[in-house]
Design a binder for this molecule. Structure first.
Ligand code: FAD
Length: 535
């Protein structure tokens, strides 16, 4: 039987994933009159905020900005409790939105999409679900997230560990009981730095296994007072415009002043203020040259190192915690009591650079110079970011070419939204868009709005759209040149694919800023989708 005959259902659009992206996409598709279905592998909606329920999980963009901006009603009806919302509050917000917009009826949960194939004859996408059933769609929209494919390192013996093993990105729903236990945490990125202080309070002993020491500054989280909330709601139109035009999707920006225009004392005062203010981008916004010049960058780096030194009592431990890459070339990290945690009697820090992990044993972990008995092992080892979730989807485009084949040597997209050879496929916050360099909800909304406008155009013209290979090459070149103007591409980070063995080394996002990127996308659309071909 041909694939077409096996289909029981056809939709205008199929969306994969029910996180912030998929939910907003569903809402806009319905508003625009398209028939749409969302498939979500998890037991419930929420994406990132459904899965990442590890202790200490919270957002690091201020909650008043980390919400949808498209609806005044949603803005007015929801009130955040603290400056940086915890995971469960964000998940409640997502559920509130889904209920308010009556989204659930078009979402099929517990349904993993196992493949998506473009059929050149029908000019439709054939989508296969894990239960073997098949669905057909005109527009294929993977909203699978960029930090949703957990990275569990391939360490010898991992399958033989006989005690409790967790990854922060796939945290269980039942509370993990650390009380009195010997706990090991592998990884000190954003998730590790959030989880470690909380786990340390409960564990009998916590051993942190660190490969890369990180720059991190205090979040200074606090409850939000009613005045701040009122003011934000009243002024949201202006705030929204500032977010849309900004570098990172938040309504603030870097000063035009450079580090050499201030004396060392003045710089010290500026950095001290940034440290006291908290804020993900506070340090990057102090001086215009921090993201570009090694010497300027070193002044911030030194400031944060000196704070670590002041905070951590044991000089040997402090030394191990000193970061040595360019500040801001990995996602900045906010913390609540992270460095202070190393002053606790029940916490020890193992430097994996001097003694790498050799094996996970049935009862713990062995490095090149010691063995550790552990009751609970937590991997806070991040994600196969940006490309990982898409490449896991088994996507096949024209001429039978798979996305994995196409991107084997490096990512190729046009605007981070489309890729040539894959007509009518649209990515949300895909690689080579501002994505993880931004407040992602702003980037999600911008992509969804752009895509829905494009679908309306296609529907009106009865056309299929495909990115041009030349436009895509130029876009890749532009992304590369911008990243190379900054220090971003000089560090081995997950932005560069460096945390995953065998992944091509390339800077995976558009570093030119959310505002300029929006202008580029709008210009492409206003020129009749320049750089695309209609089939
Ligand atoms: P996701 O929320 O990742 O949702 C993707 C969904 O697709 C998932 O539910 C997944 O199950 C589903 N899916 C994937 N493959 C399939 C398949 N084959 N079949 C069916 N379903 C599938 N961003 C910020 O801007 N600020 C922050 O402070 C911030 N904090 C973060 C903290 C953590 C711990 C993490 C992991 C990420 C954070 N992010 C933050 C990024 C965050 O991922 C985005 O802000 C946003 O939640 C992404 O939404 P999304 O819908 O695009 O993707």
């Amino acid at each position: 039987m041909s694939f077409a005959k096996q289909h029981s259902k056809k939709y205008d659009a199929i969306v994969i994933g029910a996180g912030f992206s998929g939910l907003y996409m569903l809402h806009r598709l319905r508003e625009a009159g398209f028939s749409a279905r969302v498939y979500e592998a998890a037991w419930d909606i929420g994406g990132t905020w459904y899965f990442n329920r590890y202790p200490g999980a919270r957002c690091d963009i201020e909650s008043i900005y980390y919400n949808y901006t498209f609806s005044e009603e949603l803005l007015n009806e929801w009130t955040w409790s603290s400056k940086y919302a915890e995971q469960h509050e964000i998940l409640s917000y997502i559920n509130f939105v889904a209920d308010k917009l009556d989204l659930r009826k078009d979402i099929q949960l517990q349904t993993e999409v196992t493949s998506a194939k473009y059929n050149e004859k029908t000019q439709k996408w054939d989508i296969e679900l894990e239960n073997g059933s098949k669905v057909m769609t005109t527009y294929f929209i993977p909203a699978v997230g960029v930090l949703s494919a957990s990275n569990i390192p391939n360490i010898k013996g991992i399958d033989h560990f006989q005690r409790e093993l967790y990854h922060t990105g796939e945290w269980p729903h039942d509370k993990v009981d650390f009380k009195g236990k010997r706990v090991g945490v592998v990884g000190t990125g954003s998730s590790g730095i959030q989880a470690i202080p909380v786990i340390a309070q409960e564990a009998g002993h916590l051993t942190v296994f660190q490969r890369t020491p990180q720059y991190s500054s205090p979040a200074h989280n606090h409850s939000l007072d009613s005045e701040t909330i009122e003011k934000t709601k009243e002024n949201f139109s202006e705030i929204r415009q500032a977010m849309y035009a900004s570098m990172h999707g938040v309504p603030s920006s870097a000063r035009t002043r450079s580090t050499d225009q201030d004396s060392p004392e003045e710089r010290q005062r500026t950095y001290e203020k940034a440290w006291q203010d908290g804020g993900l981008f506070s340090f990057l916004y102090t001086y215009s040259d921090i993201a570009f010049t090694p010497e300027a960058n070193e002044t911030v780096a030194q400031f944060i190192r000196s704070k670590i030194n002041e905070t951590v009592h044991d000089p040997e431990t402090a030394k191990k915690l000193m970061p040595d890459f360019y500040y801001g070339t990995k996602r900045p990290i906010l913390n609540t009591g992270y460095f202070e945690t190393y002053n606790r009697e029940n916490v020890s820090l193992i430097d994996l650079r001097s003694a790498p992990i050799e094996e996970i044993t049935p009862n713990g972990l062995r490095t090149s110079n010691s063995e550790y008995d552990l009751d609970i092992l937590v991997f806070a080892t991040g994600f196969d970011a940006l490309t990982g979730p898409l490449l896991k989807l088994n996507i096949q485009g024209k001429d039978g070419v798979t996305l994995n084949e196409k991107w084997a040597e490096g990512t190729q997209t046009y605007l981070g939204i489309a890729t040539s050879g894959f007509p009518n496929m649209f990515m949300i916050t895909g690689p080579q868009s501002p994505s993880v360099l931004s407040n992602m909800i702003v980037s999600i909304e911008q992509h969804v709005d752009w895509i829905v406008d494009c679908l309306a155009y296609l529907s009106e013209h009865n056309a299929t759209i495909e990115a041009d290979a030349e436009a895509e090459q130029m876009w890749a070149q532009q992304c590369k040149s911008i990243a190379n103007m900054t220090l971003l591409s000089k560090t081995d980070s997950w932005y560069m694919g460096a945390n995953i063995e065998g992944k091509p080394r390339e800077f995976l996002a558009f570093a030119g800023g959310v505002g300029p990127y929006r202008q580029i996308c709008d210009r492409v659309a206003s020129k009749g989708y320049e750089g695309f071909t209609f089939l």
